[in-house]
Design a protein around this ligand. Structure first.
Ligand SMILES: C[S@@+](CC[C@H](N)C(=O)[O-])C[C@H]1O[C@@H](n2cnc3c(N)ncnc32)[C@H](O)[C@@H]1O
Length: 326
């Protein structure tokens, strides 16, 4: 099975490329070992199951399980939920979100990684079809209280239970974390919300841009450029851009720069190349195919940053033309 990631799938996702037939889409966020996903796929053959995970090990385990069981209606993608909501899943496209035992991220400096926060919930409400549901389970009381406050404050969602959460849901598939929680006496907190009829803002999908490139003139050759390199960080186009390393190829008078680009919805590592053009002392700076980096606004800003830095190294250096945003 081809391992899928947010860098290799279509933006937006095209169900027909993942599953043999179109069907209501159930999305499980943070599927862990994939047991729950597989059981749900077997119990709901009329639906397509899409799992989102950040852990490679979980991806491998879940893929093996799906393959072994021959499940045609289950696929997994290595992807942060936040990235999928902003780049892959169009508004009004998901029938159900299932979130089992999300990481709590209690430390203040990690709080921005927490799944149950208003912005992410607004995104989920926008991606749900009318009447679509959001199921959440956690074994941590403090997390349940925090999630309860965030869910109640999300205008597009209504609580389906007569209480903020239920202490048990008989008949439910127990996940690995759930079994552990019960074994250790923590029990569960089960939430069930439904997309109501209230209009909500549909954040548009963030689309890819064209491939960025920039032409420049510099009297310096690639090794001389790399001699002057030192790692830098900057903020542009809403992205943190770290240019970590630069390597020259003497024979080809070319270089590559390793960059990490962090945007609010997506993090990418990429190689940006500097290659000679036919005209003497002219170079083109562009994104390489290594790592499947996608041309987002942040990636454009990274190509611009590399090109401008190279051009600025010499007083006769100049950017000649650019196809970069911003
Ligand atoms: C505590 S484990 C629970 C695993 C499984 N759901 C269970 O109940 O056994 C949380 C899982 O969520 C994944 N995860 C954490 N943040 C995520 C995110 N932003 N998007 C997708 N998965 C995430 C982690 O890699 C981990 O596998």
């Amino acid at each position: 099975m081809l391992k899928l990631s947010y860098l290799t799938v279509d933006w937006p996702l095209r169900q027909e490329r993942l599953f043999p037939r179109a069907a209501a889409l159930i999305v499980e966020i943070g599927f862990g070992n994939g047991e729950y996903l597989a059981q749900l796929a077997q119990a709901r053959p009329d639906c397509n199951l899409l799992g989102l995970e950040i852990s490679s090990q979980s991806m491998t385990r879940a893929e093996a399980r799906i393959e072994k069981l021959g499940l045609q209606n289950a696929r997994v993608i290595q992807c942060r939920a936040e990235t999928a909501l902003a780049h892959l899943l169009p508004p009004v496209s998901v029938a159900e979100f299932h979130i089992n035992y999300p990481d709590p991220w209690f430390k203040k400096k990690h709080q921005r990684r927490r799944l149950m926060q208003r912005q992410t919930l607004d995104y989920m409400a926008s991606r749900l079809v009318s009447g679509g549901t959001l199921l959440l389970a956690t074994d941590i009381r403090a997390y349940a209280e925090m999630a309860d406050a965030a869910l109640q404050a999300t205008p597009g969602l209504d609580n389906l239970l007569g209480a903020p959460w239920l202490p048990d849901l008989p008949g439910r598939f127990r996940t690995k974390y759930e079994r552990k929680g019960y074994r250790e006496g923590r029990g569960g907190h089960f939430f069930r919300y439904r997309r109501n009829r209230q209009p909500v803002y549909h954040p548009p999908l963030i689309q890819e841009l064209d491939m960025p490139h920039l032409f420049l003139h510099s009297p310096l050759n690639a090794p001389a450029i790399i001699d002057r390199f030192s790692p830098t960080r900057r903020h542009a186009a809403g992205a943190h851009i770290a240019i970590l390393n630069g390597y020259a190829n003497r024979k080809r008078d070319s270089a590559v720069f390793e960059v990490v680009v962090e945007e609010p919805t997506i993090e990418q590592r990429a190689l940006i190349s500097l290659s000679p053009r036919e005209e003497p002392r002219q170079y083109i700076v562009k994104l390489t195919a290594v790592g499947h980096a996608r041309p987002t606004a942040g990636m454009h800003a990274a190509v611009a940053a590399v090109g401008e830095w190279v051009a600025g190294l010499h007083e006769e250096g100049a950017v000649l033309a650019r196809k970069v945003r911003g």
